[in-house]
Design a protein around this ligand. Structure first.
Ligand code: NAP
Length: 246
């Protein structure tokens, strides 16, 4: 992966951060965006540089296509190429549908699903011209089995699975692979809003009886972007302690 350039959305915390560190450890140039966490972004840049890899952070709202395009263009200027695109930025706004406001719906769909469109659309022509590349979309077990109070989130994540399959067929002739990873419940800030009672209920639905770790997702990303996964495209791989097979 040395000298490959990776775009990662939302790498200041949680799963995105673990992916950035994992791929930097392989020698890749890491370009990532964030929304609010400027201090964490600077810390991650330093951590990656200490690993001996190149890193650059950009403040860009993933919902804003022009801002995302500018991030992608500046990355190309800086590193000369783009090889890997990781659509990771995501939010939850859980509510029963009966209480859900249009804003709760739009915020989640526009960040998770339209954000995936924005970054992939801004980068895909570069990959097509190179006739090589890998796209990884972070979906969720919620997009596979559906979870209550997550109609917005489940819809956005199920949409990402359809997006993955459609794009995989479309760009396979350009030697570009597109896969999705569906984490189950992973210990990050995203779970902080869940009550202990709900977490205990969830644990009962996880055969391995524990939450996942960001690093466990990052390891799968590392495999899927490598040449060892050269014959895998259009797939959604669950990393969920067995939850989605129930
Ligand atoms: P997290 O800890 O809450 O981190 C979210 C990241 O996304 C942060 O870096 C955040 O940037 C960024 N972000 C959010 N909105 C953004 C926006 N509008 N523009 C740019 N960046 C934005 O989340 P996580 O748990 O690591 O989740 C990462 C991905 O995995 C998400 O797609 C999530 O849906 C998915 N996932 C997570 C779990 C889980 O259990 N944790 C399970 C299944 C799927 P700031 O720091 O600047 O806000």
């Amino acid at each position: 992966m040395k000298d490959n350039t990776v775009l990662i959305s939302g790498a200041t915390r949680g799963i995105g951060r673990a992916i950035a560190v994992e791929l930097a450890g392989e020698g890749a140039n890491i370009s990532f965006n964030y929304l609010k966490s400027g201090r964490e972004a600077a810390e991650l840049e330093n951590e990656i540089k200490n690993l001996g890899a190149n890193a650059k952070s950009f403040q860009a709202d993933i919902k804003d296509f022009q801002a995302v395009r500018s991030w992608v263009d500046k990355t190309k200027e800086l590193f000369g190429r783009i090889d890997i695109v990781i659509n990771n930025a995501g939010v939850i706004k859980d509510k029963a549908l009966a209480l859900m406001e249009s804003d709760d719906w739009r915020e989640v769909i526009n960040t998770n699903l339209e954000g995936t469109f924005n970054l992939t659309r801004a980068a895909i022509v570069t990959l097509m011209k190179q006739k090589s590349g890998v796209v990884i979309n972070i979906t969720s077990v919620s997009g596979i089995v559906g979870l209550p109070r997550q109609t917005n989130y489940s819809a956005s994540k199920a949409g990402i699975i359809g997006f993955t399959k459609s794009l995989a067929k479309e760009v396979a002739p350009y030697n570009i692979r597109v896969n999705a990873i569906a984490p189950g419940f992973i210990e990050t800030d995203m779970l902080k809003v869940l009550t202990e009672e709900y977490k205990n209920q969830i644990l009962k639905q996880i055969p391995l009886n524990r939450l996942g770790r960001p690093r466990e997702v990052a390891k799968m990303v590392k495999f899927l972007v490598s040449d060892d996964a050269g014959y895998i495209t259009g797939q959604t791989i669950a990393i969920d302690g067995g939850m989605s097979m129930m």
